[in-house]
Design a protein around this ligand. Structure first.
Ligand code: NAD
Length: 493
């Protein structure tokens, strides 16, 4: 049996049947009164692998009530910060102990290559929990100079009950990015797993129950966006919504919660420009562009989906890049040789196909790719499109698939103008041998993250997040913690 069949067999027969995917509310797994279920499909085969309980408004309200009580009774916020840290570290330990199990479930559920799940995503979650555990006893206030004999103190307090609404593209890491800082700050949380990939989010409840967090501190449910997600957004006991997903859904979440105006942090999409100047190291830039455009089959908010080439080197650069694109190994995500797995589902496949077909109809030149493959129902070829106007839909909107558009420019000013011509502002990169060019780009580009002669780097210590349709607020780093704290000003006579 091949290693990929062995892994799929193991997760399907040894792991999934033994896991508890029921909603976790108030410190225990609960049975739903209805038989409402959510089918979970394997993106590689397109088959339903399991059905799980679908939480509705009733479970949302129970989960928020449990989180509210746990916050208000101080069982978590008033715990000694080092005690909070110790719970969070225990959770990280359990993740480390179960790395392979979580990575297998993540691969089955999202179609992301196992190598990436085991090598990056799951360890990253554990690292993020440890990092924020370290912050728990470093949350301080400060004293301001007296004014007319009045003493002024500022306290940093946990914001309260936090709703975490999850995406499907890297759900396990995204989960840590949200709940680790929330827990370190002393908040309680209600997590809604993404309906298209809910399994590892729900799996975390097993480890949470093993750590022994006070009841109601962490609640995890799964459900559809327009029912369960919307009920969560509307619940007035939610003090903060930490959302990762598309800009359109974020706008709906804001509308649904306008009545009570909770805090929002919004990690949304991107349309990031990857700029190659003529003085760049073209070999390095081409290799990095492959990862920028096609990691996670392009279902990555930071994807470099607009490739900007200085006209003088465009032909040479493409002559290096295209063979690399064509050599990309698509296949079973359980296989270590696979570089690109399937899209999350057939709906996503149709969405990607539609964007590319529209670009083709409007005169776009498909340099490579442009169709599905025989690897499975949800596979799409890595695709590059050129000769497409800057106002075309495929250039303006996030496709969320292995598709990039190629644009030519002359000089740094034009590159920056094109790069900034987007409603999104998540990330951008430039490749150049000139420190001056790099610094000018860094200063003028509208983006939350800028990569100079590299692509895709981020780190737990450094904040991630964009502007405009890419969202607001930051995750990771100290700023990721600040989003779960609120300042209380005290004046003392
Ligand atoms: P989505 O907006 O469809 O769904 C995100 C979440 O919102 C899901 O849990 C969904 O159930 C929920 N939801 C849907 N409708 C809702 C509603 N009316 N009320 C409340 N919740 C609702 O996004 P997606 O397709 O799951 O994720 C892909 C998007 O996420 C892409 O745009 C991607 O760029 C973005 N993303 C951003 C980052 C980042 O860090 N900036 C990271 C990952 C993904």
């Amino acid at each position: 049996m091949s290693i990929s069949s062995e892994r799929r067999n193991k997760v399907m027969t040894d792991i999934i049947p033994k896991l508890d995917f029921r909603p976790f509310i108030g410190g225990r797994f609960v049975n739903l009164p209805s038989d409402d279920v959510l089918p979970v499909t394997d993106p590689y085969t397109g088959d339903v692998v399991i059905t799980i309980p679908h939480s509705g408004e009733r479970e949302v309200n129970l989960a928020v009530m449990a989180a509210r009580q746990a916050f208000d009774n101080g069982s978590w916020a008033n715990l000694h910060p080092r005690e909070r840290a110790s719970h969070i570290v225990k959770l990280a330990d359990l993740i480390d102990k179960n790395l392979e199990t979580i990575a297998l479930v993540e691969t089955l559920d999202t179609g992301r290559p196992f190598k990436g799940a085991l090598g990056w995503e799951v360890p990253n979650a554990s690292e993020v929990f440890r990092y924020y555990a370290g912050w728990a006893d470093k949350i301080t206030g400060h004293t301001l100079p007296d004014i007319a004999g009045v003493n002024i103190e500022n306290y940093q307090e946990p914001i309260g009950v936090c709703a975490a609404i999850m995406p499907w593209n890297f759900p396990f890491a995204a989960l840590a990015w949200k709940i680790a800082p929330a827990l370190a700050a002393g908040c309680t949380v209600v997590v809604k797993a993404a309906e298209r990939a809910p399994l590892t989010t729900l799996l975390l409840a097993t480890y949470v129950s093993q750590v022994g967090f006070p009841a109601g501190v962490v609640n995890i449910i799964a459900g559809n966006g327009n029912t369960t997600g919307s009920a969560l957004a509307k619940n007035r006991d939610v003090d903060k919504i930490s959302f990762t997903g598309s800009a359109t859904t974020a706008q709906q979440v804001i509308r649904d919660s306008l009545d009570h105006l909770p805090g929002w942090s919004l990690e949304l999409g991107g349309k990031s420009a990857n700029v190659i100047l003529k003085d760049a190291n073209l070999q390095d830039a081409a290799r990095a562009a492959i990862g920028a455009m096609f990691t996670m089959s392009g279902q990555d908010c930071g994807a470099g989906s607009r490739l900007l080439l200085e006209r003088d080197i465009a032909d040479e650069f493409l002559s290096i890049l295209l063979p690399l694109v064509k050599a990309r190994r698509l296949g079973d995500p359980m296989d270590d040789a696979t570089e690109q797995g399937p899209l999350i589902d057939y709906t996503q496949f149709e969405r990607v196909s539609e964007y590319v077909d529209e670009a083709r109809r409007s005169g776009g030149n498909i340099l490579v790719g442009g169709s599905g493959t025989k690897d499975g129902p949800n596979f799409y070829l890595p695709t590059l499109i050129t000769d497409i106007p800057l106002n075309a839909r495929i250039v303006r909107e996030e496709v969320f698939g292995p598709v990039a558009t190629v644009h030519l420019f002359e000089g740094l000013d034009e590159a920056i103008r094109i790069a900034n011509n987007s409603s999104y502002a998540l990330a951008a990169a430039i490749w150049t041998a000139s420190a001056n060019n790099a610094q000018e780009f860094r200063r003028k580009i509208r983006a939350g993250t800028v990569w100079l002669n590299c692509y895709g780097w981020f780190d737990t210590v450094s904040p991630w997040g964009g502007r405009g349709l890419s969202g607001q607020g930051k995750e990771l780093g100290k700023e990721g913690l600040d989003g779960f704290l609120i300042t209380k000003a005290v004046f003392r006579m």
